[in-house]
Structure formats: C-alpha cells, structure tokens
Design a protein around this ligand. Structure first.
Ligand SMILES: Cc1ncc(C[n+]2csc(CCOP(=O)(O)OP(=O)(O)O)c2C)c(N)n1
Ligand SMILES: [Mg+2]
Length: 795
C-alpha cells in the first residue's frame, strides 16, 4: 500500500535531515574534488584531458545521498547513471566500502572507473553503466529475474529487494528504454524504481520543454506510477505566501532554457525577470524584498530533487506498494557549483580559481581534502555512528553461488540434420529429463521460439509468467504442436521482437547468481543477422561478465530463398572479436552437443564467459565416427576431418555448414594432391585466442608449447597453400595464413546476399566446391611460381 503523506512525514520525523544534508554537501565536495584531483592535481604523462562530469554529479548528489544513506536496503540493486560515478564512489568511501587510493586514482589505471563497473570497481557496483539507457533497461529485466528466482524457490530466506535506476533525463531518448518499458508491462514487472535526474539538460543542451507531460503519459500508459518531485520545501513555503500562486505559475511556465540561464546568472537575474513578469501581482514585491540575491537564488533553485526532505518524503510515500514508480526529480545540472545551469556544462570542469573558492565554501583546509569529517560540524565519532547505522551499509560482501553439475550431453541421432535441429533436440532431451542442469536453464527469444527450434523445450517446461495463464488454443481443442501455457514455474521467457531486450534480459539472467544469489543458465535464441540490432546490449552484457548462451540461427546466405535482409555476413567477426564471448560454429550435431556441454561449464567457470553458437537450418549428412578421438580438438577450435599427409602441400579449412562443399572439393583435389588435408574449424575464436596467447608467451620467453593451430598446421609443408571457406566474412579465417606463413586463398561472403537457391548463391558469392577448387589452383600455382617451376605470365 502507498503511504499517506502524513504517514511518510511521521516516519521521517525521526530522520536526522541536517546530517543527511551535511553529508550531501560532503559528497558533492568529494565527487568534485575527485575529478579536480584527476585533472589538475595528479601528474599528467600524456597531456590528455582526464575528464569527469562535475555538473552531472552535482545534479544527482541529493538524490543519491537520499537513496544510499537512507532509503535503500541492502538487498536493493541499483544502476547509477554513468557520469555520476564519482558520487557513487564518494558515498561508498564514506560508508567504508571504497578505498581512498581508488578515489585518488579516479580514471587512472587501477583506480575508480570513469563509469560504474561491476567487474573493475571494488565498491560493489550492481550494474555497470556507460552506454546511456542500457543500465536503466537492465534494472527492469533485473526485476523480472528477481521474480523468476523467487517464484522458482531458488532464493529461499533472502529478502526480495527493489531494483532502482538513478537515470539522466536524456537517457529517455534511447529507444531501448521504451522497448524495455513495453516488455515490463507485458510481464507485469514490479518493485522497480526509476528516479529521473530531471535537470532538463543533456550533453549538447537543454531538453525539450514539457517533456515531463509526455513522460507522465507514457509511463502511466504502461502501468507505472509517476511521482513529480518538483518543488523544494522553501518553494512550497513561498507558494503559501501572498503572490505564491503567481510564483508557482511563473516557475511552471518558465521555459527550460531560461530557467537554466537564470540559474547560471544568479539572484539579480531572477529578480529582474520576476519583477518584470509578475512584479505587479500582490505579494511578489514583498517576497522579492524579503530575499537578498543569495536567498532569492536559493529559493528559485530549491527544486524537489535538491531538497532532502522533499526527496525522502517522496521515496517514503511509496510504502510497500510494488507498482513500478517513476520519480521525476527536478534538479539543476551543476547545482551548488559555479557551473550550475550553463548549457555547456556537461563536460565543463571548475578551473583552479573556481575550485579554490568552492573549497573555501566547503571549509576544506589544504591537505585535508579527503578527510571524512573535514568541513563538517560533526565530530568524527558522531559521523561514524551515523554512517554505521545506514541500512545500505549492512550489505554483506558478494557471495558466490554453488556450481550446477553438467553431465555430457548426448548427441542427437540422425543421418542428416541441421545444427539448429540438433540444438532443438538437445534442449528437448534436457527438458524431458530431471537434471539439476535442466532446472536451472532459462530460455528466452524475441518472438522466434518456434523458428529457432525451441518449441520442444517450451512444451516440456512452459512459459514463465507471474500468474497461471491457460493456453486457449489447447482449451478450445484446436490442434497445435505447441503448448503455450504460462505460470510462475515456467522456464521460458517469451519476449516481443526487440533484440536489445533479449540481450538485456540475458545480462540480468546471466548475473542472477551475483545479483540474487541463485545461479541460472540462460539460453537465448535469435536470428543471426539481428545480433546487430542488439549489439550494444550484447556488448554491455559481456562487459558486465554476465554468463549466457546466445544461439544465433539461421545464419549466413545458406538461408538462401529468405533473401539478403535475413542473411548475416559479419557476425563471425563479432564472435571472433567480442571480449567475454566465446563463439563456435559447428557443422555437425555431435560437435554441437559437446560444445553445449562445455558451454554450460564455461558459463559457470570463474574465468569463464558467455557462449555464442552460430547455427544453420540446412540439414547435412552426419558423419559416423568415434567422436571421443576429436572431442578435445572440437573444443580447442579445429580438427582434421581428413588428415593431411606429412608435409602436404595443400589444405582446405572450412567452418560450419559449408562442410559438404569443402568435402566435395577435397575429394576432387585428392586425385591431383593425394596428401591434401581438410581442416574443420569449429571455433575460429578459440583457435585465434590460443594462438595469440602462445605468440605473446614466445615473446616473453623460450620453451613455450605451440598453440593448437600451430600444431595442426605444422603437419603441412612450410610452403603449403591454404584455402579457407565459410558462409560469413572471409576475414574470420584469413589470419590462418599468418600462423605458419602459408599462402592463402580466403573465401567467404563479402557482399549483401539475395534470394536464390544454394547452388546459385554459393556460386555467386564464391563459396561452392568449384570456388574452393579455384582457390586451391591459385595457391598451388603461386607455390609453383615461387619454386621456379613456372614462369610468371607477362603482364
Ligand atoms: C549510447 C551513448 N551515446 C552517447 C553517450 C555520450 N553521452 C554521455 S552523457 C550524455 C548526455 C546525458 O544526459 P543526461 O542523461 O541528461 O545526463 P545528465 O544531464 O545528468 O548529465 C551523452 C550524450 C553515451 N554515454 N552513451
Ligand atoms: Mg540531464
């Protein structure tokens, strides 16, 4: 139930507001000084501007102080707007959860990070932020995951915390925020707060007037409660005076640009404008006469988001109502600093003189800039006792959740199948069993569950929703292969088409052990080309070290008739280059089963990461083989599908679904080059990283074992030729030519695809068996030339 205002005030009557206000000033000082120190005090070796956002910090100081030093509970999880990182670090420092050295090294190697980072900061950041909008969305999906964990009984005895975002108002320009809001509405998301630092400024300027009304309408439409935190207590009191209504109307109607400009100019400018506009209203002259310039400035800048009592009251009013809440907290960018209100202040820094007087105004002595009690009218003991009592300070250290055992996953049987079909069967088999592994798998797709072959699993495990929902088609006895009943125990989260949402949900699911103490093993499927649509969110998920398995299918031009808009080209390069994500592109079902088993382990390993599987819908003949003999090599990234003769002069290296073309070309080649090898590359990513690590180790010292790919290619003649081929960008494999300095012909897709059948498309893009043979002829010819067996043709 929401509390009444009177209840909230009674609760707050016991709160030591003056101390919180003093600490807010302290936090403003520390965050400003942290940035100043990094830019003007710490030695610079490169002359670069270190940067930092003093104005963005000042804007959020009241709100973050109110949250962290009063309203938050230890179990709450928070995303702090990126450029308020110094405020966050200053608060953690006061709470004894951050080291001084980290503050002194803000934005330096090993110091506090420019933007809050889960993995690199040491003061327990819940959500990394930096790419605006994503941290905000992450809290919404975090709330869904918290409820999932709760409904599945995975966090017994743990209090259910609130998810909170302290966000900049310009974050609302990012589409992902609205995509998330709609999804949250569908899933009835609860117990979630977004506190908008509504300073009406972004990076370049001042945001649109009356944005608030649009926010209110939109949030209301998707079931949120919107709280307008507009006026501070001084303003509220002034509104009670004669002329108060006119003053309120003037404030409400003042364009954002003008309000900002007057804030920057100060008391005299306020006086002139108010006198000119409403000076003839009864009571206004008296009000202006009662306030000197400083007091008038204080009154006019006393917005809700800078008034501790008003802010705490707004938070307390919510009570235990779990309706999602959006607080529109009016603030001033640069509040209480000389940068206040100026439209160009986003990256502005106080200069040396400004900092000197700022320091004086905070009563900070030289050499005591970092002292916790410096400048406060509180003894160190009183301060310590106050901070020790702060609810958030009771938060325990991060724990680790036990690992879930992973048994080997049997390969699906079948003489001919696609990797996508194999994926569906592997999941389906897991769904039918009762392993602990299966109980921790959570699947999700952006509206492509059936077309990515997950329906079998969903039939077994059901859809997740807060409440039981019947499958109407089933109840009406309309025949369908799919059961779509949902309930709190379901294990598939169905999303609308929004790949950003998919990756933000995977991020939240993949952090569930660290955020909510319950390990989940998320598997998300999407069409491979649409990774690009969610790429920043994918990167964001990896940046936070979230652990998930992204299954991208179908992929490449092999999707043939479906056409160029659905055919992915450069996604293998994403797989190769994305930190925190290990990519595989298997050709066969037995490879995939083994990789998935390893993947579930890797997702739980201390130094592990996430998995990206690039799969295909094209059914191909499956090999009959003793898989154990190649199992390790499949994980290492490559194995000889056909062994080369020692010193062979040619090998074909292929990845994924193009295997039949590579096999056909290889067979044709054997007539002329009997020893030629055929290398199956299951993970260019793993191979490449292993090779790079070995290369670096060689630089550092002798006696280093060769990398896996060096060992494999070591079987070939030193001047052998390589033909590489995949249904994707050829650069994925071109580096193989550098491993042992083999000449290379690199085949792959470099242009947009189009509709067609496979023979036409593979020929058009130069990845069919003939193209592979042409590539082989090219490298063999060049080799013969180098050996002097052929004379170069005249130009
Ligand atoms: C995706 C993305 N695009 C651009 C930026 C660069 N950028 C950093 S802050 C900012 C404006 C932020 O304005 P707002 O959210 O209102 O924050 P505040 O006014 O509180 O500083 C921009 C454009 C970014 N961090 N992320
Ligand atoms: Mg702003």
């Amino acid at each position: 139930m929401p509390r009444t205002k009177a209840d909230a005030r009674t609760i707050l009557s016991n709160v030591d507001i003056p101390t919180l206000e003093a600490l807010e000033r302290k936090i403003l000082w520390l965050s400003s000084w942290m940035i100043h120190n990094a830019n003007h005090v710490r030695e610079s070796r490169d002359g670069l501007k270190v940067g930092g956002h003093q104005s963005s910090c000042a804007s959020a100081a009241t709100l973050l102080t109110a949250l962290y030093l009063h309203s938050l509970r230890p179990e709450d999880r928070v995303a702090v707007k990126p450029h308020a990182a110094p405020v966050f670090h200053a608060i953690q420092y006061l709470l004894g959860r951050q080291d001084l050295a980290k503050l002194q090294d803000f934005r330096a190697l090993g110091g506090a990070q420019s933007y809050p980072s889960r993995t690199k900061d040491t003061d327990d950041v819940d959500f990394s932020t930096g790419s605006v909008g994503l941290g905000v969305g992450a809290t919404l999906f975090g709330a869904m995951v918290r409820d999932y964990v709760h409904h599945h009984g995975l966090a017994e005895g743990r209090p259910n915390g609130r998810l909170v975002a302290l966000m900049g108002d310009a974050e609302l320009d990012e589409g992902n925020v609205f995509e998330a809001l709609l999804e949250g509405w569908k899933h009835d998301v609860r117990n979630l707060w977004w506190v908008i630092d509504y300073n009406r400024q972004s990076l370049d300027g001042v945001v649109h007037d009356y944005l608030f009304q649009r926010i209110k309408d939109f949030f209301g439409t998707v079931g949120w409660n919107v709280v307008e935190l507009k006026y501070g207590k001084l303003q509220e009191a002034a509104f009670q005076r004669p002329g108060g209504d006119a003053l309120r109307k003037w404030i409400d109607e003042c364009p954002n640009q003008l309000y900002s400009a007057l804030t920057f100019q100060g008391g005299d400018a306020w006086r002139n404008h108010l006198a000119a506009d409403i000076g003839d209203v009864a009571g206004i002259k008296a009000l202006l006469d009662d306030h000197d310039d400083a007091a008038l400035h204080r009154l006019m800048t006393n917005l809700g988001g800078h008034d501790m009592s008003a802010t705490l009251e707004a938070f307390a009013d919510v009570g235990d109502d779990d309706t999602p809440q959006c607080f529109v907290a009016y603030t001033i960018k640069g509040f209480n600093t000389p940068l206040a209100g100026h439209k160009d202040n986003h990256s502005g820094l106080m200069n040396i003189e400004q900092m000197t007087s700022f320091k004086e105004s905070h009563a900070i002595r030289d050499g005591h800039e970092w002292d916790v009690a410096e400048g406060l009218d509180l003894s160190e003991d009183t301060l310590k006792a106050f901070l020790a009592d702060v609810p958030f300070a009771q938060r325990p250290a991060r724990e680790t959740s036990p690992k879930i055992p992973v048994a080997a996953l049997p390969a699906p049987a079948g003489a001919r199948m696609s990797t996508q079909e194999a994926f569906g069967q592997i999941l389906n088999d897991l769904g039918r069993g009762d392993s602990e592994l299966a109980s921790r798998i959570v699947t999700t797709t952006p509206d492509v569950t059936v077309t990515t072959n997950m329906a079998g699993w969903v039939n077994q495990r059901g859809l997740f929703h807060h409440e039981d929902t019947a499958d109407v088609f089933r109840e009406e006895q309309v025949p369908s292969a799919f059961k779509w009943s949902a309930g709190p125990k379901g294990q598939h989260i169905e999303l609308g088409i929004a790949e950003n949402n998919l990756f933000l949900l995977l991020a939240a699911l993949g952090l569930s052990d660290k955020l909510f103490g319950a390990r989940l093993l998320p598997v998300g499927a999407l069409y491979d080309p649409f990774i690009a649509r969610g790429l920043d969110s994918l990167n964001y998920a990896c940046y936070q070290d979230a652990r998930f398995m992204a299954v991208a299918t179908p992929s490449g031009i092999t999707l043939a008739p479906e056409g160029g808009a659905h055919q992915s080209i450069n996604s293998p390069l994403i797989g190769l280059s994305q930190p925190g994500l290990t990519s595989f592109e298997p050709a066969y079902a037995d490879e995939l089963a083994h990789i998935m088993g390893w993947g579930f382990e890797h997702m739980q390993a201390d130094n592990g990461g996430s998995i990206y599987l690039r799969l295909s819908t094209l059914a191909i003949d499956q090999p009959k083989r003793d898989f154990a003999t190649i199992a390790d090599d499949v994980l290492a990234g490559a194995y000889w599908l056909r062994e080369p003769a020692p010193g062979a002069e040619l090998a074909i290296a292929y990845t994924g679904v193009i295997a039949p073309e590579a096999i056909a070309a290889h067979e044709a080649l054997l007539e002329d080059i009997p020893g030629a090898g055929l290398l199956a590359v299951t993970s260019a990513d793993r191979l490449y990283r292993d090779w790079q690590a070995a290369t670096r180790a060689h630089v550092n010292g002798p006696g280093v074992a060769p990398s896996h790919i060096e060992r494999l290619l070591g079987r070939l003649a030193p001047d052998a030729g390589l033909v590489t081929v995949l249904d994707g960008h050829p650069a994925t494999l071109t580096w193989l030519g550098g491993v042992a300095r083999h000449d290379i012909a690199a085949l792959g897709v470099e242009n947009f695809g189009q509709s067609g059948d496979l023979p036409d498309l593979y020929r058009t893009h130069g990845i069919d068996a003939d193209a592979i043979l042409d590539g082989a002829a090219a490298v063999i010819t060049r080799r013969m030339r180098r050996r002097g067996a052929l004379r170069p043709t005249a130009a």
